[in-house]
Design a protein around this ligand. Structure first.
Ligand SMILES: *Cc1c(COP(=O)(O)O)cnc(C)c1O
Length: 369
């Protein structure tokens, strides 16, 4: 790639290929892969990522909200799409765009069946979400008789899969809890299969579930963060490659004399002569304000340049006193060599939050490094 001359997010499809192959190398050959492309493909570009994954042979996509599934359909993606968090108001779009809803409550089940019947559907694919300990969305085990009885009275829908979500698959200190969730899911699946009279696809592993719990792979796995290059584990990160590099450029350099300040509310006051570089990226682009006053940094000429004062909406100023650089030079916020994991840890956050925060104002550039 040529050097950046403005703020942009580079998306490296070869890194995505690498991550897909690495994650699938952990699976039995018959295990299906569902790629989670919610939140603009974890802040990258869901359409670009999904199209590449179609080429790689992915079986399924998942998005959080219905509108995200619509975006994929508008881009002519025909792979099945599971909508993890639909609401009754979305049922029309779900049906019209052949999206497959996660059904997580009795109310949702009844309302979706009623809707499917009015619209003369048969065997419309639905996915039953079970709560096994995350306590976020999902049916309880004791909802199974209600589910089975309700489904026995209609031909409008068919259970394509049953799934659950692990609460702590990346934290091996909580291994007993996770093994309990997996066992719980296994029991629920058996009961459900018996009551339904057919066996839906079963899935409960996210990226860290794929890596840490082979017994949780079942028929399909759902990977998000791993595809984007993070394994929630230093050992795994060696095999994965961040697909996104957030870059910008130095707009202007100032010399700040002792006693002068930088930025809003005089957030930084120079104790000695300081060289400051102004960059065209701010909190409206995805640099949280909590990175201000030295907590966060960018990389210029391979060195850390810490943020001076407060993060502005459209700019940050960074300390380049000891860095050999000039106006027009490239700046890296995060990427394969300066990871989002390290930068996010500086404000007690996680890679997920930093990469998904890159706003839609930032230009996306696709490459194959
Ligand atoms: C977001 C999400 C995933 C993906 O998790 P990763 O840790 O990014 O792999 C899987 N399943 C559900 C239900 C999710 O909400």
């Amino acid at each position: 790639m040529p050097k950046a001359t403005e703020t942009l997010l580079e998306i490296d499809l070869n890194a995505l290929d690498n991550n897909y192959r690495y994650l699938t190398s952990k699976l039995k050959s018959e295990t299906k892969v569902l790629a989670v492309v919610k939140a603009f493909g974890y802040g990258s570009d869901s359409v670009v990522v999904a199209k590449e994954l179609v080429e790689l042979g992915v079986a399924y996509f998942a998005v959080a909200y219905t509108g995200e599934g619509e975006t994929l359909r508008n881009a002519s993606i025909e792979t099945p799409i599971l909508v993890l968090h639909p609401l009754p108001v979305n049922f029309d779009t779900i049906l019209n765009r052949c999206l497959e809803p996660s059904i997580y409550s009795r109310k949702m089940l009844l309302e979706f069946i009623a809707f499917a019947e009015v619209n003369k559907q048969t065997d419309y694919p639905i996915h039953l979400k079970f709560n096994t300990g995350l306590n976020r969305l999902g049916f309880d085990e004791n909802d199974i008789p209600f589910i089975a009885e309700t489904l026995s009275k209609t031909k409008s829908v068919k259970v394509k899969s049953a799934f659950s979500h692990l609460a702590a698959s990346e934290d091996l200190k909580l291994k007993d809890f996770t093994l309990g969730q997996i066992e719980n899911f296994r029991k629920i699946s058996e009961k459900l299969t018996l009551k339904l009279g057919y066996r839906p696809l079963l899935h409960c592993a996210n990226t860290s579930g794929i890596i840490n719990y082979p017994e949780a792979h079942f028929d399909m796995v759902r990977t998000g963060i791993g595809l984007y290059g993070f394994g929630n584990d230093p050992q795994e990160n060696k095999h994965l490659k961040p697909i996104g590099t957030l870059k910008t450029v130095i707009s202007q350099i100032h010399t700040i004399e002792k006693g002068e300040s930088v930025g809003y509310n005089r957030g930084f006051i120079a104790e000695k002569t300081t060289r400051s570089a102004t960059l065209p990226i701010g909190h409206a682009d995805g640099i949280p304000r909590s990175y201000g006053k030295g907590k966060g940094w960018v990389i210029i000429d391979g060195k850390k340049a810490h943020i001076l004062g407060n993060v502005c909406m459209d700019m940050i100023m960074v300390d380049v006193t000891d860095i050999d650089c000039e106006e027009g030079d490239e700046v890296i916020i995060f990427g394969p060599s300066a990871t989002a994991e390290e930068l996010s840890a500086a404000i007690n956050s996680i890679s997920y939050e930093l990469i998904t925060a890159v706003s839609q104002r930032v230009k996306r550039v696709v490459c194959r490094n």
